[in-house]
Design a protein around this ligand. Structure first.
Ligand code: ZN
Length: 300
């Protein structure tokens, strides 16, 4: 089975290479196989982002576990953590999606204006471009990892400054209404990419929830990025985790889990066995990219 899969992978790579030989353009490599599935940089990007319509169409808002809700689009995650003192929103996504997020929050029976804190996954527009608008609509305190501040400050939709009310550092906690989230610096994808963790109660049990950040290496891995990613993978592999979430829903197989939830199964988002599924894919890709670079005589 394994042999068949890797032969198939080699075939696909050859085909892609043959196409690129005829049509100059960006080459989609390397290809890595993780749990029998082949991934390339382009396939990961396509899986994460989907179509333009996917990026903008709200996915059915739903309870993930306890006080944690999904309010994002089909391919861009936005999470709402509800506390007695108001809400914490993780990721505003694109500014054009903020109205949809508001609608999803209201559909769940909450008030958008009750959002008191806005957090981010990492300083890319598909996750945090809407921060200024959310701040304008809710008055929420916007908190950002120090290392991502320069990139956020460069994000000025409609010429508006990116709001930052509190600068966070690795290990800092954010508390509201008795709920605490911990910020873990897991950089590499951006300099301040942040994995958030919290604990949640459901059915008399406590679960560790991990909002993983993107761990995807950029095109060329610089020595600085390599040091950050090595650290990030070591960090995420040690986090206690019962409920893995991600900045793109495909990273935690949201669609399939939501379908199982709707069918009345035990909470499918409790998925310890897949806590590191996305890290495994991204680390394999990262190592393969570095390997390619080294073979080409480039650092690191
Ligand atoms: Zn990104």
């Amino acid at each position: 089975m394994r042999v068949t899969t890797s032969l198939l992978g080699a075939g696909l790579v050859l085909t892609a290479a043959a196409i690129h030989a005829q049509q100059p353009g960006p080459v989609d490599h390397p290809a890595v196989t993780v749990k029998g599935q082949i991934y390339t940089p382009a396939s990961i990007l396509a899986r994460n982002m989907g179509s333009a319509e996917d990026q903008e169409t709200p996915f059915a808002p739903h309870t993930i576990i306890g006080n944690i809700y999904y309010v994002g689009t089909r391919t861009l995650s936005s999470f709402l953590v509800v506390t007695p003192a108001g809400g914490i929103l993780i990721d505003s996504t694109y500014e054009r999606n903020v109205k949809g997020i508001q609608k999803s929050v209201e559909q769940l029976g909450f008030k958008f204006s009750d959002i008191k804190i806005l957090l981010g996954n990492h300083a890319h527009a598909d996750h945090q471009e809407g921060d200024a608008l959310v701040k304008q609509m809710t008055g929420a305190q916007v908190m950002a990892m120090a290392e991502d501040v320069p990139a956020l400050q460069a994000m000025t939709p409609g010429g508006r400054m990116h709001p930052i009310d509190r600068i966070l550092h690795d290990g800092d906690t954010v508390t509201l209404g008795g709920v605490t989230l911990v910020a873990h610096l897991t950089a590499g994808h951006t300099r301040g990419a942040t994995t958030w963790t919290t604990k949640v109660e459901e059915g008399g049990r406590t679960y560790d929830v991990v909002f993983f950040c993107s761990l995807r290496a950029g095109g060329t891995v610089t020595p600085a990025m390599a040091a950050e990613l090595d650290h990030a993978f070591a960090v995420v592999r040690k986090l206690p985790c019962d409920v893995p979430l991600g900045d793109h829903p495909a990273q935690y197989n949201m669609r399939a889990k939501y379908a199982r939830l709707a069918a009345g199964n035990p909470n499918p988002f409790i998925d310890r066995g897949n806590c590191l599924a996305e890290a495994d894919i991204q680390e394999a890709m990262y190592r393969a990219v570095v390997d390619e670079q080294q073979k080409a005589g480039r650092l690191p």
